[in-house]
Design a protein around this ligand. Structure first.
Ligand code: FE2
Length: 130
Protein backbone atom coordinates (compact mmCIF):
# COMPACT_ATOMS: atom_id res chain seq x y z
CA UNK A 1 0.00 0.00 0.00
CA UNK A 2 1.20 3.54 -0.75
CA UNK A 3 0.89 6.69 1.37
CA UNK A 4 -1.10 8.28 -1.47
CA UNK A 5 -3.90 5.76 -0.87
CA UNK A 6 -4.38 7.26 2.61
CA UNK A 7 -4.58 10.88 1.46
CA UNK A 8 -8.17 12.09 1.41
CA UNK A 9 -9.63 14.71 -0.90
CA UNK A 10 -12.95 16.57 -0.90
CA UNK A 11 -14.48 19.93 -1.73
CA UNK A 12 -13.50 22.36 1.06
CA UNK A 13 -17.01 23.84 0.99
CA UNK A 14 -18.34 20.52 2.30
CA UNK A 15 -15.31 19.15 4.18
CA UNK A 16 -13.64 20.95 7.08
CA UNK A 17 -10.29 19.16 6.63
CA UNK A 18 -9.63 20.14 3.01
CA UNK A 19 -7.04 22.92 2.71
CA UNK A 20 -8.25 26.13 1.06
CA UNK A 21 -5.53 27.56 -1.23
CA UNK A 22 -5.94 31.25 -2.06
CA UNK A 23 -3.68 32.97 -4.61
CA UNK A 24 -4.10 34.56 -8.04
CA UNK A 25 -5.13 32.19 -10.86
CA UNK A 26 -2.59 33.86 -13.13
CA UNK A 27 0.85 35.16 -12.09
CA UNK A 28 3.91 36.68 -13.81
CA UNK A 29 6.95 34.45 -14.33
CA UNK A 30 9.62 34.88 -11.66
CA UNK A 31 7.60 37.38 -9.58
CA UNK A 32 6.69 36.74 -5.95
CA UNK A 33 3.19 35.41 -5.41
CA UNK A 34 1.49 35.52 -2.02
CA UNK A 35 -0.40 32.35 -1.06
CA UNK A 36 -2.74 31.85 1.87
CA UNK A 37 -3.57 28.31 2.95
CA UNK A 38 -6.16 27.68 5.63
CA UNK A 39 -8.78 25.20 6.71
CA UNK A 40 -12.40 25.25 7.63
CA UNK A 41 -13.48 28.36 5.72
CA UNK A 42 -16.99 26.96 5.25
CA UNK A 43 -17.15 24.53 8.18
CA UNK A 44 -14.85 25.30 11.12
CA UNK A 45 -12.34 22.67 12.21
CA UNK A 46 -11.86 22.31 16.00
CA UNK A 47 -8.68 23.58 17.61
CA UNK A 48 -8.46 21.77 20.95
CA UNK A 49 -5.84 19.69 22.73
CA UNK A 50 -7.71 16.55 21.67
CA UNK A 51 -8.52 17.53 18.07
CA UNK A 52 -6.49 19.91 15.92
CA UNK A 53 -4.49 20.44 12.74
CA UNK A 54 -0.80 19.62 13.29
CA UNK A 55 0.70 20.96 10.07
CA UNK A 56 0.18 22.09 6.49
CA UNK A 57 2.77 21.30 3.83
CA UNK A 58 2.80 22.96 0.40
CA UNK A 59 4.25 21.77 -2.89
CA UNK A 60 4.41 22.99 -6.49
CA UNK A 61 4.46 20.72 -9.49
CA UNK A 62 5.56 22.67 -12.58
CA UNK A 63 4.07 21.51 -15.88
CA UNK A 64 6.29 19.05 -17.80
CA UNK A 65 8.54 18.45 -14.78
CA UNK A 66 9.17 14.95 -13.48
CA UNK A 67 9.36 16.16 -9.89
CA UNK A 68 7.21 17.91 -7.34
CA UNK A 69 8.94 20.60 -5.23
CA UNK A 70 8.31 21.32 -1.56
CA UNK A 71 7.59 25.02 -0.87
CA UNK A 72 7.33 24.76 2.89
CA UNK A 73 6.05 22.90 5.90
CA UNK A 74 4.20 24.92 8.54
CA UNK A 75 3.70 23.48 12.03
CA UNK A 76 0.89 24.49 14.41
CA UNK A 77 2.13 23.44 17.83
CA UNK A 78 -0.05 25.08 20.50
CA UNK A 79 -3.49 23.68 21.19
CA UNK A 80 -4.34 24.64 24.74
CA UNK A 81 -1.94 22.17 26.35
CA UNK A 82 -1.04 23.01 29.94
CA UNK A 83 0.20 21.52 33.19
CA UNK A 84 -3.31 22.36 34.46
CA UNK A 85 -4.76 19.97 31.89
CA UNK A 86 -6.03 19.80 28.31
CA UNK A 87 -7.46 23.07 26.94
CA UNK A 88 -6.43 24.93 30.12
CA UNK A 89 -3.37 26.53 28.51
CA UNK A 90 -3.30 30.15 27.34
CA UNK A 91 -2.17 29.51 23.75
CA UNK A 92 -3.53 28.17 20.49
CA UNK A 93 -1.94 28.29 17.02
CA UNK A 94 -4.44 28.80 14.21
CA UNK A 95 -4.22 26.47 11.20
CA UNK A 96 -3.55 29.17 8.63
CA UNK A 97 -0.35 30.21 6.84
CA UNK A 98 0.68 32.91 4.37
CA UNK A 99 3.89 32.59 2.36
CA UNK A 100 5.35 33.74 -0.96
CA UNK A 101 6.91 31.85 -3.84
CA UNK A 102 7.89 32.47 -7.44
CA UNK A 103 7.96 30.17 -10.44
CA UNK A 104 9.33 30.18 -13.98
CA UNK A 105 6.69 27.68 -15.14
CA UNK A 106 2.92 27.28 -14.78
CA UNK A 107 1.81 24.35 -12.70
CA UNK A 108 -0.21 23.13 -9.75
CA UNK A 109 -0.02 24.17 -6.11
CA UNK A 110 -0.67 21.34 -3.67
CA UNK A 111 -1.48 21.65 0.03
CA UNK A 112 -1.46 18.72 2.43
CA UNK A 113 -2.93 19.04 5.92
CA UNK A 114 -2.66 16.71 8.88
CA UNK A 115 -5.43 16.37 11.47
CA UNK A 116 -4.29 14.52 14.61
CA UNK A 117 -7.32 12.22 14.47
CA UNK A 118 -8.64 12.39 10.90
CA UNK A 119 -5.44 11.94 8.91
CA UNK A 120 -4.11 13.55 5.75
CA UNK A 121 -6.08 15.78 3.37
CA UNK A 122 -5.00 17.26 0.06
CA UNK A 123 -6.14 20.17 -2.10
CA UNK A 124 -4.72 21.64 -5.28
CA UNK A 125 -4.96 24.83 -7.34
CA UNK A 126 -3.77 25.63 -10.87
CA UNK A 127 -1.42 28.56 -11.35
CA UNK A 128 -1.05 29.88 -14.91
CA UNK A 129 1.51 32.35 -16.23
CA UNK A 130 0.36 35.45 -18.03
FE1 FE2 B 1 -10.16 16.62 12.32
Amino acid sequence: MRISEKIQEADWKAEKHSPVIECPDKVKADEWVKVDVSLGKAIAHPNTTEHHIRWIECFFSPDDDKFIYELGRFEFTSHGESVAGPNEGPLYTNHEVTFSFKTKKPGTLHALSSCNIHGLWESEKRVELG
